[in-house]
Design a protein around this ligand. Structure first.
Ligand code: TMP
Ligand code: ZN
Length: 401
C-alpha cells in the first residue's frame, strides 16, 4: 500500500483478521448482512505514520446513529473542562473577537465550557445525532466534515480562529493533508491547532492493540505529527502527555515561527527515537506481543470457564471489538457485556455477537469475573465497583492492570 501522508510504498506488518465496524452494535436480524474488512496496521518508514491499511467508508462509521457519546464518562467531562481552561489561559489572548473551533465536537463536551463563558465557538461534527445533543445544550454546531470548502465558509461567516481544537478525532481522519490546508485557511497568524489522541508510544509499551480499530486510521507519534503538518508550514510548539484513553498525547502546532517552542518538543521527540518508534522492527516485535497477549487472555478465560465461573464483559467499548474479534471470543466465553449507553442495550457486539445488557444487570447478579473493556477508566470504575471486588469478583483485562 501507499502511505496516506507521503505516498511512500509501505508494507503491512500484521493482520488482526476480519473485523466489523467497532461501533456497529446490531440486532439479530442484521447478523447476515454484517460488514467486515481486513484490519491490518502498517508503518511508514519515511514519515513514521502508523496507519491501518483499509479504512471502511466514513459514512459507515460516522452517521446519524453514531453510538458514541463523549459525555458518558464523568472523568472525561472533568478532563475536557480542564482542557478548555488551559486553552483559554494560554491561547485566547485577544479580548475581542475570540473564536474557537472544534473538529468532531461530538455532544459538545469540550465546547460547552466555552459556550458557558459566552466565547464565540463552532463545533464541526459529521454525526447528526450527537451534534443535535450538542445544539440542545447550547453548543453552536455545524453538521459536516471539515475541509477547505467548509473552512472558507466558516471564515466568511465567523472570521479567523484563535484555536482549532480536536480530541480523539484527528486520528480518525484519513486525509490529514486536507485538514492541514483547511486549518491554515481558518487560523489567525498566531492561531493554534491543538489536538489529542491515543499515543503510539503508550500503545507499544502497554501492547494495548485495542486502540487499533476502523475509526483510528492513525495512531500518532510526535515524530509522525511533525512530518504530517510540516508540509503546510506548521510546526510543533508543545507536547503534553495525557492519561486519557489509556495514554494520549496533546499536540500543539502553529504557523512556523509564530510562537515560542517548548522544551518538551525536543525531549519527547528524543524519547521517541530512543523507543525506536521510527523503526520497523519495533512494530514487528509489537505483532509478537499482540499474539502473546491474545494467548494469555484466552488461557485465562478458558481456564475459568472450565471451572464453571460466570464471566461477563464490563463496558461495550469500541476498543473491545478488536479484542473480541482478534481473539475470537464469543458468548460461549463471555455471557454478556454490560454498558451504560442506552442505544447499545439489547443489541449484540459487532462480529462476535455477545449480548449487550444495561449496566443494572451487572449489579443484579455479580459475575465471578468481569473483563474490563474500559480498562482506561479503571480508577473510576474500581471506585464505583468496590462492592463487586469485596464480594470476591475480579476484573481482568488483556492489559496487565
Ligand atoms: P470508551 O470511552 O473507553 O470508548 O468507553 C465507552 C463505553 O464504555 C460507553 O459505551 C460507555 C461504557 N462505559 C460503561 O459502561 N461504564 C463505565 O463506567 C464507563 C467509564 C464506560
Ligand atoms: Zn509516509
Amino acid at each position: 500500500m501507499k502511505c496516506r501522508v507521503c505516498q511512500n510504498k509501505i508494507n503491512t506488518f500484521m493482520s488482526f483478521g476480519k473485523m466489523p465496524i467497532a461501533n456497529a452494535f446490531l440486532n439479530k436480524e442484521d447478523f447476515e448482512k454484517e460488514y467486515f474488512f481486513d484490519l491490518s496496521p502498517a508503518f511508514c518508514e519515511k514519515c513514521f505514520a502508523f496507519q491501518i491499511e483499509t479504512q471502511p467508508d466514513p459514512q459507515l462509521m460516522f452517521h446519524d446513529n453514531y453510538a458514541f457519546f463523549s459525555k458518558t464518562s464523568k472523568h472525561m467531562q472533568e478532563h475536557f473542562k480542564k482542557y478548555a481552561e488551559w486553552v483559554e489561559k494560554n491561547f485566547l489572548y485577544e479580548k475581542e473577537n475570540t473564536f474557537v473551533v472544534e473538529l468532531g465536537s461530538n455532544d459538545g463536551i469540550l465546547l460547552e465550557n466555552f459556550a458557558l463563558k459566552g466565547i464565540k465557538h463552532l463545533g464541526i461534527e459529521p454525526s447528526a445525532n450527537v451534534a443535535e445533543v450538542a445544539k440542545k445544550n447550547g453548543v453552536n454546531t455545524l453538521i459536516n466534515f471539515f475541509n477547505q470548502d467548509i473552512a472558507n465558509k466558516v471564515l466568511k461567516e465567523y472570521g479567523k480562529a484563535d484555536a482549532i481544537l480536536a480530541a480523539n478525532v484527528m486520528c480518525h481522519i484519513p486525509n490529514l493533508n486536507e485538514i492541514s490546508k483547511s486549518a491554515k485557511i481558518l487560523l489567525k497568524d498566531k492561531g493554534v491547532l491543538i489536538f489529542e489522541d491515543p499515543y503510539l508510544g503508550e500503545m507499544i509499551k502497554k501492547v494495548s492493540y485495542d486502540q487499533i480499530y476502523d475509526e483510528h486510521v492513525y495512531i500518532f507519534s510526535a515524530l509522525a505529527v511533525e512530518n504530517i503538518f510540516l508540509k503546510d508550514d506548521f510546526e510543533l510548539i508543545d507536547l503534553l502527555p495525557q492519561i486519557t484513553h489509556g495514554g494520549s498525547m496533546r499536540y500543539v502546532l502553529c504557523k512556523k515561527g509564530m510562537r515560542k517552542k517548548s522544551e518538551n518538543v525536543k525531549k519527547i521527540l528524543n524519547n521517541e527515537r530512543k523507543q525506536n518508534l521510527d523503526k520497523l522492527f519495533t512494530y514487528i516485535k509489537f505483532k509478537d506481543n499482540c499474539e502473546a497477549s491474545k494467548k494469555r487472555l484466552l488461557d485465562i478465560l478458558n481456564e475459568n470457564k472450565q471451572k464453571g465461573k460466570k464471566i461477563v464483559g464490563y463496558a461495550a467499548t469500541s476498543k473491545s471489538t478488536t479484542i473480541l474479534n482478534y481473539c475470537k471470543i464469543g458468548p460461549d466465553l463471555i455471557e454478556y457485556i454490560c454498558d451504560t449507553t442506552q442505544i447499545k442495550h439489547n443489541k449484540y457486539s459487532p462480529g462476535m455477537h455477545i449480548p449487550i445488557k444495561p449496566y443494572e444487570e451487572f449489579n443484579k447478579k455479580y459475575p465471578d469475573i468481569a473483563v474490563l473493556f474500559a480498562w482506561n477508566h479503571k480508577t473510576e470504575i474500581e471506585l464505583k465497583e468496590k462492592k463487586f471486588e469485596k464480594k470476591g469478583g475480579k476484573f481482568i483485562s488483556h492489559i496487565y492492570l
